[in-house]
Write a protein that binds this ligand. Structure first.
Ligand SMILES: [Fe+2]
Ligand SMILES: [Fe+2]
Length: 450
């Protein structure tokens, strides 16, 4: 799973340096967390069986010399429990969600487990599929919550704001909802009078040329300058899993997928984390718990190419700086744990860049959720996709003293009301994130850091 890097690049030592090792650690992390969350939710038998599955994966980790990361498992359990909720929060739907995370492990562990281990793991999970199916038949699904905006008191930047930056998470033009929600978001950003905007990858649903042209047409309606970078979906290339998506991006937008935009008082660094290689697995459908029949398009996790690393290495300190890229840094502990985020080695490059440039913040997309974390003390915000609940986009405000981020609604209330019915309670618990991720502010980093 790792790209090759120039030898001059300083690389942090990896615990998991091959695809097999990364994957088996990710699968163990998932099962260790799932056992905890099932137990908390009162599914005692299932929790014990899943602990058995985690032991099989732990044995394989040991055989491969991969150190177990109990801190990863603990953080993943915290996330999983927050999304699945207790039975009174999410009913049988929360249990169904947990069982489907197990189906992901069934399908992906065959590649990393000896046959006997794998059949025992699948055997231990079989009962849960039946139990969840019966619970769904008995209890039904909780009704979708009403259309709502997850309102929170707006965050304000310290000092006088001089720069306002619009942030569009994954637009996915070429998908039904992506096509519907991007136009009202562009209208809102023009009404808000932002000074500059970025769209953080997954510009298109499948990397098709006509969809790159379509999103450029929409972004060209912005009254102020904008920049774009690539996401994994853009690398799909319409059925040709190669760098063709990047070639289309570069010819249609007439720019590289990485670069620097200087607003006059703030600097935005864009990095390209999209990985053009073919995924070793077909896409996984969380609803059915199966692989889809679509081709194995690009790797969904992020990795920096040699040219992105060289570009990052060329940058130094130059005023207030934000770093924007599609994938959130390692260790990503949503779903699929570790495999869906930026890889560990590229995260080392990002970490060095953030320290060298004294970055104020890192802004990512890809996960279609609001989230807030940090990388060596630098805030990391994940901005949700406008095409999914709660249908929003971000505005960053910067002053000489600090910055703020607020998530704003897409603006077309009738479209939001019509679309909200497809977002069930588990999806909303996933997307909403903590209030601080939708309304965030921070002072400029002091001289002590880095
Ligand atoms: Fe996306
Ligand atoms: Fe993505």
């Amino acid at each position: 799973m790792s790209a090759t890097y120039p030898s001059a690049v300083t690389v942090v030592p990896c615990l998991a340096v091959t695809f097999e090792e990364e994957l088996v650690l990710a699968l163990w992390t998932s099962e260790a967390a799932r056992s905890t969350v099932l137990g908390m939710r009162g599914h005692t038998g299932a929790s014990v069986r899943v602990a058995g599955r985690a032991r099989i994966l732990a044995t394989r980790c040991s055989e491969l010399g991969v150190a177990l990361r109990t801190d990863f498992a603990g953080e993943h359990a915290r996330w999983m429990g927050q999304v699945a909720g207790y039975p009174e929060d999410t009913g049988a739907l929360g249990w169904f969600f947990l069982q489907r995370l197990g189906a992901y492990v069934d399908l992906h562990s065959e590649a990393v487990l000896p046959k006997g281990y794998w059949s025992r793991l699948v055997e231990l999970g079989a009962q849960d599929g039946k139990d969840v199916g019966e619970a769904l038949m008995r209890d039904g699904l909780p009704p979708p919550p009403p259309a709502e905006w997850p309102g929170v008191q707006a965050a304000t930047a310290p000092g006088e704001v001089h720069t306002r930056i619009g942030v569009i998470g994954d637009p996915h033009v070429g998908s039904t909802m992506g096509d519907k929600f991007l136009p009202p978001v562009i209208d809102e950003m023009n009404k808000q009078g932002v000074d500059f905007s970025v769209a953080i990858g997954d510009l298109t649903q499948s990397g098709r040329e006509e969809h790159f042209r379509q999103i450029k047409g929409e972004l060209d309606r912005l009254a102020s300058p904008y920049e774009v970078t690539l996401g994994n979906h853009d690398m799909w290339g319409g059925g040709t899993p190669s760098a063709v998506g990047q070639q289309r991006f570069e010819s249609i937008f007439a720019r590289r997928p990485f670069g620097v935009h200087d607003t006059g008082k703030a600097r935005v660094i864009l990095l390209n984390s999209a990985d053009p290689r073919e995924s070793p697995f077909p896409p996984f459908d969380l609803i059915t718990g199966t692989f889809t029949s679509e081709p194995n398009e690009a790797v969904p996790g992020g990795s920096f190419s040699e040219e992105t690393v060289a570009f990052a290495e060329s940058l130094g300190r130059d005023g207030p700086t934000l770093i924007v890229l599609h994938h959130p840094p390692y260790p990503y502990l949503g779903f699929p744990a570790l495999m869906f985020g930026l890889d560990e080695r590229s995260t080392g490059v990002l970490r060095d860049l953030a320290r060298r440039t004294k970055a104020w913040g890192i802004i990512a997309g890809h996960t279609h959720r609001s989230a807030l974390s940090e990388l060596d003390g630098v805030p990391v915000l994940e901005v949700p996709s406008p095409k999914e609940w709660p249908y929003g986009y971000g505005i960053v405000e910067m002053s000489d003293e600090g910055w703020a981020f607020n998530l704003h609604p897409a603006g077309d209330e009738a479209l939001v009301a019509e679309s909200s019915g497809s977002a069930n309670v588990v999806i909303r618990r996933y997307s909403r994130g903590p209030d601080e991720a939708r309304a965030f502010s921070a002072a400029a980093p002091g001289p002590s850091r880095g």
